[in-house]
Design a protein around this ligand. Sequence first.
Ligand SMILES: [Zn+2]
Length: 217
Amino acid sequence: MIPIRLNWERPVDGVEIVPLHLVQETSTTETKFVCARSDESEPVIYEITNLENPLAIRLINTVSDEDLVAFVSRFGLPQKLVTPFQVSVTSLETLKEDLGEVLGLGAFPDSVEKARHVNDVLKYVSLAPSFEYADGRNKLVMRPTDLANLMMMEAVFAYEVGATLSRCAHCSKAYLTGPLTGRRSHAVYCSDRCRVAAMRKRNASAGKHQELTVLAK
Ligand SMILES: [Zn+2]
């Protein structure tokens, strides 16, 4: 596989949600933006090597605004900013939906329609080939232009290798199963922790059931 790599920046002081009120002729609408707390940032490198814990899945698993703030503070904003008020909570929700849609396609058999469907999303992905010197030779690397494009490439990579999107039977978090995910294709729990927790819960309710049966005798 040709490496897919992104040199990115994350905000040193994290991000916060800033509501802005847009006044129109007859109404006022509130839009929530995700903004860095300061101009300080530090460089980070992301590379798609496997599908065990992709950033796309981490984003899909954000539920509340606090989760989104934690995600962006840790991994960076999805795009390079031209103005501070550019990444809205709504745009992140749309990105989550798009990623979920591409990952969800993995469960369907390959067809012309499936290819067309994923290509509708891919036409917005920006990726540039680049030769880079490492270990004595120039190697080809694919460079997504931003974090949103890197996550979309993760989703597309999952689709290519046949990894599919599932929901944990215990905590209902999204995760990938199948090739390069570190999980079997029929795994029903996201982690060993959830598998054990579900087993304990089953055993506890079985124990309760036994106690009740004994009491009834
Ligand atoms: Zn779980």
